[in-house]
Design a protein around this ligand. Sequence first.
Ligand code: ZN
Length: 248
Amino acid sequence: MKDCSYESNKRALEEAIAKAHRIVVLTGAGISVPSGIPDFRSATGLYSTNFGKFRAEEMISHEFYVLHKKEFYEFYKQKMLYPDAKPNAAHIFLAKLEEKGKLSAVITQNIDGLHQAAGSKRVLELHGSVHRNYCERCRKFYDLDYIVKSDGVPKCTCGGTIKPDVVLYGEGLDTDVIMAAVNALRQADLFIVIGTSLAVYPAAGLVDYYGGKTKIVVNKSATPYDAYADIVINDDCAKVLNPVNFGL
Ligand code: ZN
């Protein structure tokens, strides 16, 4: 059994980060949990619960959005939006690594925009962002505030329906984002997986493109990727990846 405690791996983690010049991280829901955004896919998570007469998981599908816009937006506004959430130490740590020229990309499965709020510039959002919303008719963009303040289904000034620029179940991913993630991984010299079990497509496939050697996992619980990782830390990411620990 690998020793996955923070205490035992702290030193190795610090050394790996100190040596690296082109760090790429892949983040998932776990990094935003300390910011108060729940991990929907966890065992007790929202996806497996019911919302009115529908299953939550079904409600964030493209098909559901097309057929039941009113119910989609009721659910989306109540359960998927956290407009007051603030970035935590781990988000800030990654932004500081980028600022110091050590990190080349944050690939994220999150749609909360907290990496950008922390100051990260190169963020590849695999599943889109709640901060971008567009009119399905004229393509005009709207911010999160507009969605939060809208009544029912948000409408454009042209009368069209506004859709969040998030990838719903049944929708394809943005090819440009995927390609940028692949390129960043190919050139990386350190890969850190943070707050994700890598169970969700396409993250699980992306990791194969990593061209460097050292792999690190920081996640609350064990992941299928642990066996391939050089360092595994099962602990709170905001505690492990705190700028203070690294003199940043
Ligand atoms: Zn419009």
